[in-house]
Design a protein around this ligand. Structure first.
Ligand code: SF4
Length: 493
């Protein structure tokens, strides 16, 4: 332990004072399905500061995704997409090769079929090694395990060391973006949080805030017994685990504590070490338009004799959670994801909701709307594919060309087919399609709606079953102007 007066990490002092302010929908976890999706989404939309977050995200999207793909980066994108599909064509083969290489390098490999298995494996490693304090670098796979809560219940203190993760841990929230966990927090929010943690007002200055976090975390890096990290890419041919960070915390977490546990979902394996030459710059470019992230940490086994640092023991936990059911299905390509977060920032729905909390799943945005319902514990997320405008921008920005819009449509169809009352809905859609593919019926139906609008008025019309849900948050379009587009086009022709 770090030996603070309260027996807690210096980095987390005061966290209890912050905890009651957390809104329920931003909780680190809650019983799955306990809060219905529309309630979650409405909560996120009306959260204080969500409009400012939307504004920030829109600006960021313009800055990052505005220029599109240069010819050089487009070529890299093609190569990256091909490498990821090559991996998926023999996922189990590459995982077996990776396991053999990591073990030959002196590490221990565990396969976790479910999040519960993952939690039990990591808690067991902590117990076997007498661990009382863990430092963590950012890992979405551990979010899938709800690992922090579980380790804390085991009496183990956990400190997040990525600055964004540290902020959301102080606020007792969940990350709202894959690579920018605290993207929903404004500078003033961080100043307030840090002030509460420090027990005194702190300067409202980004450099001062970063220094404060660095100072408080440094002691924890030195004294922690175990480091837990994610894995960006695991090379099957050498057993090398690569982590990309901009803050260097990944390097500290994997080299200072005596035990290192790396957690990766099955799809993070890549065939060859040399593939990193394509994938590292591709990921950095897609995520933040950097040429490379500031630190590339490569771990090939625990510390060897004569080496100055590194852990005495290395464990690799490979998480499945239903992923190995996907190869061979039409959702296989979702496993090509390299977690850059570009599709999240590009998505108008994600941006409007002010981040990922409104999705109620570990992964928000387009990738979350596709991946979350496909995971073994994803039954409660089957409505997520409807949180999309299907504008297609998620595909345009995706560095590995995952056809997310197609998958969103397919997942919606699966949901409608399986849900109760789906037969009636199917018949209604079929009738609608039959009517609107006949120009005469189409024109007559528009005339009927316009007449209804004129006679009944918008307020009455909005009480109709189909329009009721729509008009809860929006106004009906001005129906009397239907046809204006045609008139405009005729004028220009
Ligand atoms: S789906 Fe594509 S854009 Fe979205 S996080 Fe994954 S790799 Fe990035």
């Amino acid at each position: 332990m770090s030996g603070t007066p309260h027996g807690r990490s210096r980095a987390l002092n005061g966290r209890e004072r912050v905890r009651p302010r957390r809104p329920e929908w931003a909780a680190p976890e809650y019983p799955p399905g306990a809060i219905p999706l529309p309630v979650l989404a409405a909560g996120a939309l009306s959260a204080p500061g969500s409009a400012q977050t939307t504004e920030r995200l829109v600006g960021l999207d313009r800055e990052l995704n505005g220029p599109g793909w240069s010819p050089e980066m487009a070529e890299l994108r093609e190569r990256g997409a091909a490498i990821r599909r090559e991996t998926l064509a023999d996922l189990e083969g590459y995982l077996a090769q990776l396991t053999g290489r990591v073990e030959a390098n002196g590490g221990v490999v565990h396969r976790a079929a479910t999040p519960a298995d993952g939690r039990a494996i990591i808690a067991g490693i902590a117990r076997d090694n007498g661990v009382s304090m863990v430092v963590k670098s950012k890992s979405m796979a551990t979010e899938e395990l709800h690992l922090n809560r579980h380790l804390e219940e085991e009496g183990i203190e956990v400190v997040e060391t990525d600055l964004g993760e540290y902020i959301v841990q102080l606020a007792d929230e969940r990350p709202s973006h894959i690579i920018a966990p605290a993207v929903h927090k404004a500078q003033a929010d961080v100043t307030e949080l840090f002030g509460q943690a420090a027990g005194e007002p702190v300067a409202d200055d980004p450099n001062a805030l970063a220094s404060l976090a660095r100072d408080r975390l440094r002691e924890d890096f030195r004294t922690a017994d175990m480091g837990i990290s994610g894995v960006n890419f695991a090379a099957a041919d050498t057993g090398t685990l690569t982590l990309m960070t901009n803050e260097g915390n990944g390097r500290m977490v994997t080299s200072q504590p005596r035990v290192h546990v790396a957690v990766m979902p099955v799809e993070k394996v890549i065939p060859r070490f040399t593939d990193l030459a394509t994938l590292l710059p591709l990921l950095a470019h897609a995520a933040s338009k950097q040429t490379l992230t500031v630190y590339q940490t490569m771990v090939t086994g625990p510390r060897r004799e004569g080496e100055a640092d590194g852990p005495e023991r290395l464990h690799l936990v490979i998480l499945d959670n239903g992923r190995t059911r996907l190869p061979g299905t039409r959702y296989e390509e979702v496993l090509a994801c390299i977690r850059c977060g570009a599709c999240q920032g590009a998505c108008p729905v994600y941006r409007t909701m002010g981040g990922g909390h409104g999705y109620g799943a570990v992964y928000g945005g387009p990738i979350g709307a596709v991946l979350s319902p496909l995971l073994a514990d994803g039954a409660q997320h089957r409505q997520l594919p409807f949180l999309s405008s299907l504008c297609g921008k998620c595909y345009d920005v995706c560095p590995v060309k995952i056809p997310l819009p197609d998958m969103l449509v397919d997942l919606r169809a699966d949901y409608e087919r399986d849900r109760r009352g789906g037969r009636a809905a199917r018949l209604a859609w079929r009738a609608w399609a039959a009517a609107w593919t006949r120009p005469l019926v189409y024109r007559m139906s528009l005339r009927a709606v316009r007449a209804a609008d004129r006679i009944l008025g918008q307020r009455l019309l909005s009480r109709f079953p189909g329009a009721r849900v729509w008009t809860r948050t929006r106004a009906l379009p001005p129906l009397r102007r239907v046809g204006a587009f045609r008139a405009w086009r005729r004028k220009r022709a």
